[in-house]
Design a protein. Structure first.
Ligand code: PRP
Ligand code: URA
Length: 209
């Protein structure tokens, strides 16, 4: 089992508290999500394998560290994943990007796919799937399965908030995919919302209802 890592950095926790507050504006919510995504990316990439290359500084040659392997892929689960994606690309500008369009049917809570576009060579790259919310985990499980079906074998799932029920379900569906999250909240409510949560991430990001 790959397990769930809670990113407890004080800046992450402080920003998350402001995102939870119901009085935080759409503009504030988006800015906080972009800022927090940079910090989350730092943690999710912390153990990437390093190799070295020979370079020359202005003073002498040296072997210097660089990240090994092909460019990363960030796979954004639309819409809300895009709020994390922006800051991630600031930190890793050469990353490739996949988009997976999914929405959660409000009655069945099952994901409905409306878009999929990903780089060809997923099997050779680390794929970080991003979506702020892991609630029932139905969306995350479907997004990861879609990427596996297209050849991805090395994946991580990055979110902002998770429900314990979602973590357990995701781990049993994809035990090989580690979860990184800023918090694991108390529970899901009867409508599949994370409690206490922050509400509907997509709606809060884009000012929709
Ligand atoms: C939200 C969220 C996740 C999903 C999580 O998306 O961004 O994708 O719900 O719920 P689950 O774990 O129960 O599947 P939503 O369907 O509201 O779409 P949106 O991002 O377009 O608003
Ligand atoms: N999707 C959200 O945006 N929020 C939740 O609490 C659950 C699913």
């Amino acid at each position: 089992m790959a397990g769930a890592t809670v990113i407890n950095h004080p800046l992450v926790q402080h920003k998350l508290t402001h995102m939870r507050m119901k009085e935080t504006s759409t503009q504030g919510f988006r800015r906080l999500l972009r800022e927090i995504s940079v910090l989350l990316t730092y943690e999710v990439t912390r153990d990437l394998p390093i190799t070295s290359i020979g370079i020359e500084t202005p003073l002498q040659p040296m072997d210097a560290p660089i990240i090994e392997g092909k460019k990363l892929v960030f796979a954004s689960v639309l819409r809300a994943g895009n709020g994390l994606l922006e800051g991630m690309l600031e930190l890793v500008p050469a990353a490739r990007v996949a988009h997976i369009g999914l929405y959660r049917d409000p009655e069945t809570l099952k994901p409905v796919e409306y878009y999929f576009k990903a780089p060809e060579d997923l099997s050779e790259r680390l794929v970080v799937v991003v979506d702020p919310m892991l609630a029932t985990a139905n969306s995350a499980i479907a997004a990861v399965q879609r990427l596996k079906d297209r050849g991805a074998t090395n994946l991580r799932f990055l979110c902002l908030l998770a429900a314990p029920e979602g973590v357990a379900k995701f781990e049993s569906a994809h035990p090989d995919v580690p979860i990184f999250t800023a918090a694991i909240d108390e529970k899901l409510n009867d409508h599949g919302y994370i409690m206490p949560g922050l509400g509907d991430a997509g709606d809060r990001m884009y000012g929709t209802k």
